[in-house]
Design a protein around this ligand. Structure first.
Ligand SMILES: CC(C)(COP(=O)(O)OP(=O)(O)OC[C@H]1O[C@@H](n2cnc3c(N)ncnc32)[C@H](O)[C@@H]1OP(=O)(O)O)[C@@H](O)C(=O)NCCC(=O)NCCS
Length: 186
């Protein structure tokens, strides 16, 4: 359980299904197309699966209302256990208020201080400016630009739609995680 001024980050619960369906009923970006949820029953099954990964997969919860407004997750890489690549997403109604930054800062602190992270890197599609700005606000360095790097969806003629990807990263020795506060229970 992690806490910031306005947010709690905690493992998912079955009862979060309706809040998550609100934003994953129609994923906002191509890279999350395969995370689409089609019904409340499907969302409940997904919450149970996520609940079992509570060490690395967090619901972003508004303190004042208890509403789940998004999610953040990252796992140690199989071949390099000190390297993590986060995935972040907010309900569109709650973007542009600094919540993703607040959640990511405390999550990065958790990975660096508690989970043995040495390097955290993120991919953002070239045209995903909110995600790129978030990386930069977090102090991540731009490491590279990959042209036609990946395809998540198809063009109308059935051919893969390739996207340009930007890579950002921050090392533990570059990180200043003064916002890191952990609460063991609410
Ligand atoms: C990527 C994503 C999480 C970023 O969310 P966000 O709300 O824009 O990010 P932040 O929390 O950093 O908020 C920053 C904005 O809030 C504004 N803001 C308002 N009140 C604020 C406050 N109290 N504190 C900080 N920022 C505040 C900032 O000025 C900034 O606006 P700007 O981007 O126009 O400069 C969000 O766009 C999203 O969920 N996108 C869909 C999923 C996605 O693309 N995931 C990443 C795939 S690579």
């Amino acid at each position: 359980m992690l806490e910031t001024k306005r947010l709690i980050l905690r493992p998912f619960l079955r009862s979060d299904a309706a809040d998550v369906l609100e934003y994953l009923g129609k994923p906002a970006v191509h890279c999350f197309a395969d995370m689409k949820l089609c019904s409340l029953a499907e969302a409940e099954r997904e919450m149970e699966r996520r609940g079992e990964q509570g060490e690395y997969y967090f619901a972003i919860v508004l303190k004042e209302s208890g509403k789940v407004i998004g999610e953040i997750a990252a796992y140690p890489e199989e071949r390099q256990g000190d390297t993590f690549s986060p995935c972040w997403m907010l309900n569109g109604m709650y973007q542009g208020k600094g919540y993703a930054y607040e959640a990511a800062r405390v999550f990065f602190g958790y990975l660096f201080e508690r989970k043995g992270a040495r390097r955290i890197y993120a991919y953002a599609e070239e045209d995903n400016l909110p995600s790129r700005r978030l990386c930069e606000r977090l102090g991540m360095r731009k490491e590279g630009e990959f042209k036609e790097f990946v395809s998540f969806v198809k063009n109308s003629d059935g051919t893969p739609l390739y996207e340009n990807t930007i890579q950002y990263a921050v090392l533990k020795r570059e990180w200043s995680g003064d916002a890191f506060i952990e609460k063991r229970s609410l």
